[in-house]
Write a protein that binds this ligand. Structure first.
Ligand code: GLC
Length: 555
């Protein structure tokens, strides 16, 4: 059953991810900004989302596009000012849209006042204790303190001219903080209060699983390969998902609870198992976490059903809602993942497309996946442009690539720029309404000329468009008492078909099999990812049904 309406909003919200650089450019410099977001609030309202998550907007040298923060209490001048951020929050609230910025606690920028002070103060100084500085190994200290590797490629350590090494799990411009230091706790709790006090409704917590490192910083040891068919196991890791990390978030929860309204946190936490993920979202820690198992699952009925069951069971056991995520700013957009037999999802693991892209197949599955994710119990993330069916831009010229991953992997991994291309809003040619007519610069990444077909303007009013599918689905989801938070019951179906009931009277069917699937006779189609002909659901199509009498299968 659905929760009573006073359940907190984040248990069932549709949260739209605004990758600020690429959403809308109000200033005309080719980079998205707060003015752009403000101008598009009516669009978001009419789309029907409940909240926006905004990728980091704080002052930053932009070495990793805002994930390198030099001042957490200032907005970067590329994006606007704190006053504009406050206006955005107030205006969004007037539209009934909540605002969730992104906080980056694992590392700062190397231009942050603390890191600059640490560099100036030299080896052994108290200033260095807020970060992870260590002497090197070997007779001259020329070897890094351990064998950890950066997520962006290369070693996780950089040596300074004074001989010390410092840890950066990401780029060298992103030194890791030492969360053993009390200043670090106090500073972040204060930053949370600063923004909660300005009205934000929550935070997305970047790299939540990375804050605590094992004492002594032991070397990485090879991880056992997962055994196909066997449940995944948690394997102890020196810097990911350490148990002590939850103490930090218990303190953060208390900060959130100091403020009125339902403030919330969503964790970016990559965990080995659903049980480990659930540990982030217990009643006294963070509220929700991204479901990366769903995002990384293949287009396979059995695999998806297992992810859904495990997620609902493990999160339900701690009283947390599930979340459903298909794409974000770090992964290959899902129409391009689903449009191939198999494709790397996470740019950090080297994007290795398997076979040629079939764009029509990708879109067919993406439309079906949208109806699946929006019908499942819990809350849903929509990555900007997903509602337009944007594909990954796989042919960006090398000269325009900006993701540090591209450089740090020696140009072996194209990185994440292909999912970050500025949105097409209107018109026939670039910038497609992304920037104003009198803009002084081109969009920061080039938009494919073919995107004139995918603009918001081109899709609006076209009943066959991806945009109108999302609009209809979000409208129904908001109105239907069975959708959002709650439970599901699977229905008996042949292999390759997923069907579940939600009360009252709602069924979602997704056909991932090669055979057409006849829909129950006593049902009425509420919405289909494609028109349903002769009561039969085609391959890679999904449908929402209103239904009277169906019995769930035994679990
Ligand atoms: C997270 C972000 C990613 C960023 C990294 C370092 O994974 O989603 O975009 O590069 O953290 O902050």
């Amino acid at each position: 059953m659905s929760q009573p309406s006073k359940a907190p909003w984040w248990r069932s919200a549709v949260i739209y991810q605004v990758y600020i650089r690429s959403f809308a450019d109000g200033s005309g410099d080719g980079v998205g900004d707060i003015a752009g977001i403000r101008s598009r609030l009516p669009y978001l309202k009419s789309l029907g989302v409940d909240a926006i998550w905004i990728n980091p907007w704080f002052k930053s040298p932009q070495a990793d596009h805002g994930y390198d923060v030099s001042d957490y209490r200032a907005i970067d001048e590329l994006f606007g000012t704190v006053a504009e951020a406050e206006q955005l929050v107030a205006e969004a609230h007037r539209h009934g849209i909540r605002v969730v910025p992104d906080i980056v606690p694992n590392h700062t920028s190397d231009q942050h006042a603390w890191f600059r002070a640490a560099l100036a103060a030299g080896p052994g100084s108290p200033e260095r204790e807020r970060y992870i500085f260590r002497p090197g190994l070997g007779p001259d200290g020329t070897l890094p303190p351990n064998n950890w590797v950066s997520e962006f490629g290369g070693p996780a350590w950089t040596r300074l001219p004074d001989g010390d090494w410092y840890l950066h799990l990401f780029a060298p411009e992103q030194p890791d903080l030492d969360w053993n230091h009390p200043d670090v706790h106090a500073e972040f709790e204060d930053v949370l209060r600063f923004w909660f006090g300005r009205g934000v409704d929550g935070f997305r917590v970047d790299v939540a699983h990375g804050l605590v490192k094992a004492p002594g910083l032991p070397d990485l040891t090879p991880r056992p390969d997962p055994v196909p068919g066997e449940p995944r196991r948690h394997v102890d890791h020196p810097h990911w998902d350490r148990d002590e990390v939850h103490d930090i978030f218990r303190a953060w929860r208390k900060v959130a609870d100091e403020f009125p309204g339902d403030r919330c946190f969503v964790a970016e936490a990559w965990a080995d198992t659903p049980e480990r993920l659930a540990a982030y979202v217990r009643a006294d820690t963070l509220h929700t976490a991204f479901n990366f198992d769903f995002l990384t699952a293949s287009w396979d009925a059995e695999e998806l059903r297992t992810v859904v069951d495990d997620s609902l069971a493990m999160l339900g056991a701690v009283g947390a809602p599930a979340t459903w995520v298909l794409s974000n700013h770090d992964v290959v957009r899902h129409p391009s993942r689903y449009g191939r037999r198999g494709a790397g999802h996470w740019a950090g693991a080297r994007y290795a497309p398997d076979g040629p892209l079939d764009p029509a197949l990708g879109i067919r599955r993406a439309r079906a996946a949208a109806l699946l994710s929006l019908a499942l119990p819990g809350s849903v993330y929509v990555y900007q442009g997903e509602e337009l069916g944007l594909p990954e831009v796989e042919d960006l010229p090398e000269s325009v690539r900006q993701d540090p991953m591209w450089e740090r992997t020696g140009h072996t991994d194209p990185g994440r720029d292909g999912c970050r291309v500025p949105l097409p809003w209107s018109g026939q040619r670039t910038p497609f309404g992304f920037s104003p007519d009198d803009a002084t610069a081109e969009p920061w990444l080039p938009q494919p000329a073919s995107w004139h077909e995918l603009t918001v303007e081109a899709q609006t009013g076209d009943p066959a468009s991806v945009l109108e599918l999302y609009r209809a689905a979000l409208r129904l989801r908001r109105a239907h008492p069975a959708l959002g938070d709650g439970t599901l019951a699977w229905l008996d179906t042949p292999p390759g078909v997923l069907a579940f009931r939600r009360d009252p009277g709602f069924v979602c069917v997704v056909n991932l099999s090669a055979a057409p699937y006849p829909l129950p006779g006593d049902s009425r189609v509420l919405l289909g990812s494609a028109p349903v002909e002769d009561g039969v659901l085609g391959t890679d199509h999904a449908v929402w049904l209103e239904i009277q009498d169906v019995q769930p299968s035994t679990p």
